[in-house]
Design a protein around this ligand. Sequence first.
Ligand code: SAH
Ligand code: SF4
Length: 394
Amino acid sequence: MPANDIAPITQDFLTIPRKERNGPVNLVGLTREKLRETLINQGTESKKARMRASQIWQWIYQWGVRDFNAMTNLAKDYRTSLTESFVIGIPEVVGRRASEDGTLKYIVRLAGGHEVETVYIPETDRGTLCISSQVGCTLTCSFCHTGTQRLVRNLTAGEIIGQVMLARDDLGDWPRKGVGMGERPRLISNIVLMGMGEPLYNFDNVRDAMKIAMDGEGISLSRRRITLSTSGVVPEISRTASEIGCMLAVSFHATTDKLRDKLVPINRKWNIDALLNALREYPKASNSERITFEYVMLRDVNDSDEDARRLVRLIRGIPAKINLIPFNEWPGAPHRRSTKERIGKFADIIYKAGYASPVRTPRGEDIMAACGQLKSATERMRKSRREIEMEAQR
Ligand code: SAH
Ligand code: SF4
């Protein structure tokens, strides 16, 4: 992770109460291995540590239990010792808004008081949870509301997986004893890392959290039901394939470097050619069928027939689906949404070239929960022009 792309730790971080930093260890977000080590350090007999870790893991991630005293297959004394040393903590929901279309937006407060947003999108055949990986974003894509927010910090693995857990709490999506897994629909059947932040600038924490989400003894989501969206952090793409192996979406949005430099400024660091080279390797390396190319439709900016043809030429040879996203407006946004007719014509060219080209129906617009509209209430501060320029040049 290029450290200089992350804004310096701010005063806000320093305001985390000391007690929280030195207090009991939170078990949520630890990998299995770390959980085992942590138990040994606390005094669990090392011969038994693997089994204990597995038991605790199942309580936390399979059943959603947060109280050690409810872990009935552990001896009472042992439960007491766990209570003294550890907590099972997830971020707090401080706001919940429901859209007319059923979309739910959670305002989630992290340690230190920062907030991120998590969005649940129910559909007929599935339910998708859109989770955040950073408070704000260091990048400054011109069409994205999150990009106007100062980055405060990366989320921890616990805060990332914690978003899945808090949504499962709210939706009542934890399994119930006696009800078989296949007997009830999972409300959260898919996860997309498309909330606030650039997940590949917080690689290790995102990886650890997704490993927890995929673990068969817990939340148990297939890697094919997890999609990570990146603006194009090229050096981390092969690691995403080998260390996470989930589905990949890429925020493409432009077909020339000149335009992409402006819309997705990370392009100045890793241009379209470099990005496409990394993407060509991804499906093989991760054994996934295809990559999703996200393309936000901006009126008179990137939506011509010529753009559509160029797009098809560029991605030739890459197994792909192209997701057209009508631009979602936010206060002060410098773009407008392409017309329906234009989006239709653009989609047609792509479809005729042999690619699926679904147009994403905006969800949750009335509660500012649609793609690119997320921005936490505590951080309305706009980045200065100078900051944006400096970040773009890095
Ligand atoms: N940082 C990552 C993931 C978060 S953004 C990334 O950029 O890929 C999730 C998706 O929403 C991206 O494809 C992004 O380009 C898109 N998006 C951002 N702002 C938008 C807006 N205002 N309207 C529509 N889509 C937007
Ligand atoms: Fe960051 Fe993604 Fe928004 Fe760009 S689109 S500013 S990378 S969150």
